[in-house]
Ligand binder design. Structure first.
Ligand SMILES: [Zn+2]
Length: 293
């Protein structure tokens, strides 16, 4: 691991001169969101409420970052079709990256010029009893990088690390907070709800969650000069365990993948984070075309 000194950040007597931040915003870990009715743009009867709640949480983080001294903030809308945040209500200091497809999906636009990444509204990985827990799409049972099981948090943190950017903050329920700390012990976590089941949670009021998000954002930004991006070995071994063999067979169409017939695991050796992300997307999109009957 290499000590990370932000490229053009100058901390003087705790005063930040310049700070460039990347926010990846998902929806399942947003304040007050507890079931699919809030996050499905096609059929969700609470979807418009979900969009306002998502904008509320993202704005709280941006507001705190601006108060701290951030000068440039890129927000990547990172849920489903990636067009959920309400630009009409977005904090004026941020730029919104929205819409799909995007080569690097939830991490599009991140490069080494950013000082830190913040993950807002994230959720626990598949198989963990967190609110709306899953990994990327409904076809993935387990996702591994270099033998370690990861969810969206871990996969995206690895991508950020290979871009030379540490992840300093995550918000969501208590389960994603735990998952994030296991991988990045120094991360600041804003817990806006406690999971009761996959579709039930004890949620903070919006004013209380805004306070929590702002306080933990400032704590995270204070820690940035001391953070190191995750240590990750390259080349990267990507492995996906699918729910059934039909999905694995489709994913194995991607050139360069390895698949042992009769299993549900498909593997691939990726040369860098860009290949890792694109091949993962290609595999799950192909697997998603298989009807289960
Ligand atoms: Zn997600």
């Amino acid at each position: 691991m290499v000590f990370h000194m932000p490229s053009f950040v100058t901390y003087m007597l705790n005063e930040v001169i310049s700070l460039k931040l990347y926010i990846s915003a998902d929806m399942e870990g947003i304040s007050g969101i507890i079931d699919p009715s809030y996050i499905d743009p096609d059929r969700g009867k609470n979807y418009e409420r979900g969009r306002r709640l998502m904008t509320h949480d993202v704005n709280a983080v941006i507001e705190a970052a601006v108060e701290f001294g951030a000068t440039e903030i890129l927000v990547a809308d990172s849920h489903y079709k990636m067009s959920n945040l309400l630009i009409e209500e977005l904090h004026p200091q941020a730029t919104l990256l929205c819409g799909s497809p995007r080569n690097f999906s939830m991490m599009e636009g991140l490069d080494s010029s950013f000082d830190a990444a913040l993950f807002v509204g994230y959720h626990a990985r598949h198989g963990i009893p967190g609110v709306l827990s899953h990994t990327m799409s409904g076809v993935i049972k387990n996702l591994y990088v270099n033998g370690q099981v990861v969810g969206e948090f871990g996969f995206n943190a690895i991508y950020a690390a290979l871009c030379g950017v540490p992840v300093c903050f995550v918000s969501g329920d208590d389960q994603i907070a735990q998952e994030a700390i296991e991988l990045c012990p120094s991360i600041s976590t804003a817990i806006v709800k406690r999971a009761v089941s996959r579709t039930s949670a004890a949620c903070l009021s919006l004013s209380a969650s805004a306070r929590e998000l702002k306080e933990k954002t400032k704590q995270a930004l204070t820690s940035v000069p001391l953070l190191t991006p995750l240590g990750v070995k390259v080349p990267l071994e990507l492995a996906i365990e699918f729910a059934h063999t039909g999905q694995a067979e489709m994913a194995a169409i991607v050139p360069g993948t390895e698949y042992r017939v009769g299993t549900t695991h498909v593997t691939f050796q990726a040369q860098d984070q860009y290949e890792l992300y694109k091949v993962m997307r290609a595999m799950i999109n192909l697997a998603g075309t298989v009807e289960f009957c």
